[in-house]
Design a protein around this ligand. Structure first.
Ligand code: SF4
Length: 357
């Protein structure tokens, strides 16, 4: 068994353990509203704001929006958290997002519903092994995906999210630079194919996206021949090859609005459907299949760690003593450099100073 497979087995066991402990019955509407009011009151009292990811539940996204917080992809979450005046950021997402918020704003208190909410990409890229890998290839620029620990970011020259990975890698490749890419091998392969860059890949994967199946999408296309296929680039190449649009979560939402198709097959976490439905209410969205023939579940496109951000855990977020995100100060300073480089690059991109033609 390879290290990657071994990691995957360990990760799946961990996920199952999380699910067994955290799966809860849905609240009755009155109880849910009471909880929402309670959280809003507490947010005000604590001068806090919720920074949530698109993959969290519809209830959590609605709460973040209606309480002055943000719902977005990890790039915009980082920017929003950094620029907001709140003293406390409540990050509803996974741990690397909380760490990123803390690195960018070390003076703010950063809380999460639970620090157990992690990510298979982060877990699959241990810092000591990664540093060794980088040290063995000193001639390469180190580009890491945001889904990594503070220690991995601290070893990187650049941090990227899926929304600017292509632009950053192309920018580096144009300067003749060779690249180490970590940790997502599917996103890395996609970026390599699109840019032609010289990239050495770490062997990590997202347990949600790598389950999408090309066969299932082709079957769906038979039933919905006019549907467009929207794919997140953490998916396998065989799925990306079927896409009408490949992009980050934000880019998928924009594509859903702008494409003429009335039906869209979506290969990313199901949590995004809340925003998709809001931004294009007249369209039909279908989750891409993840399971093979004979499986009981046709699509399991739900990140188990994102699902840990329930309303109940948000209601307790200020009362626990084990959920504040702490980043070692020295690591934080080192990790801030590639993160700030990404944010500055994103700003230049918006102004049209850099980026793909
Ligand atoms: S969906 Fe995948 S990449 Fe995103 S947090 Fe979950 S495991 Fe990580």
């Amino acid at each position: 068994m390879s290290i990657a497979e071994d990691n995957l087995v360990r990760i799946r066991e961990q996920v199952q353990g999380h699910l067994d402990r955290t799966t809860q019955a849905r609240l009755a509407p009155a109880a849910e509203q009471q909880l929402i009011d309670q959280i809003k009151t507490r947010l005000k009292k604590e001068n806090a704001v919720i920074v949530a990811h698109y993959y969290t539940s519809p209830e959590v996204q609605a709460l973040a929006e209606s309480s002055g917080g943000c719902v977005s992809d990890s790039l915009e979450m980082a920017r929003f958290g950094r620029d907001h005046s709140a003293e406390t950021l409540v990050v509803a997402g996974v741990r690397f997002m909380g760490e990123t918020a803390k690195i960018l704003t070390p003076d703010k208190r950063v809380l999460m519903p639970t620090l157990e909410a992690t990510c298979s990409l982060d877990l699959g890229c241990p810092a000591d092994e990664f540093v060794e890998f980088c040290d063995a290839h000193p001639d390469r620029e180190v580009v890491v995906y945001a889904n990594t620990s503070a220690a991995v970011k601290a070893r990187a020259d650049w941090v990227v999210t899926s929304s600017i990975a292509l632009d950053v890698v192309e920018h580096l490749s144009d300067q003749g630079k060779k690249i180490i890419w970590a940790p997502d091998r599917h996103l890395g392969s996609y970026v390599q194919r699109e840019t032609g860059a010289d990239m050495l890949m770490w062997d990590g994967a997202c347990i949600v996206h790598e389950e999408f199946k090309a066969r299932g999408i082709l079957d769906l296309k038979q039933v919905h021949p006019d549907a467009a296929v929207l794919v997140h680039p953490e998916s396998p190449a065989s799925v990306i090859d079927l896409a009408d649009h490949v992009g980050s979560t934000t880019q998928i939402i924009k594509a859903a609005q702008s494409l003429p198709n009335k039906t869209l097959i979506v290969a990313t976490d199901h949590g995004i459907f809340y925003q998709l439905q809001k931004s294009a209410p007249d369209k039909q969205f279908i989750i891409a299949p993840t399971a093979g023939q004979g499986a009981t579940c046709r699509s399991c496109a739900n990140c188990p760690w994102m699902a840990m951000n329930e309303l109940e855990s948000l209601a307790r977020v200020f009362d626990r003593d084990d959920n504040e995100v702490i980043v070692d100060a020295e690591l934080g300073v080192a990790a801030m450099k590639p993160l700030n480089r990404m944010l500055a690059f994103a700003q230049e991109l918006r102004k049209g100073v850099v980026g793909r033609a």
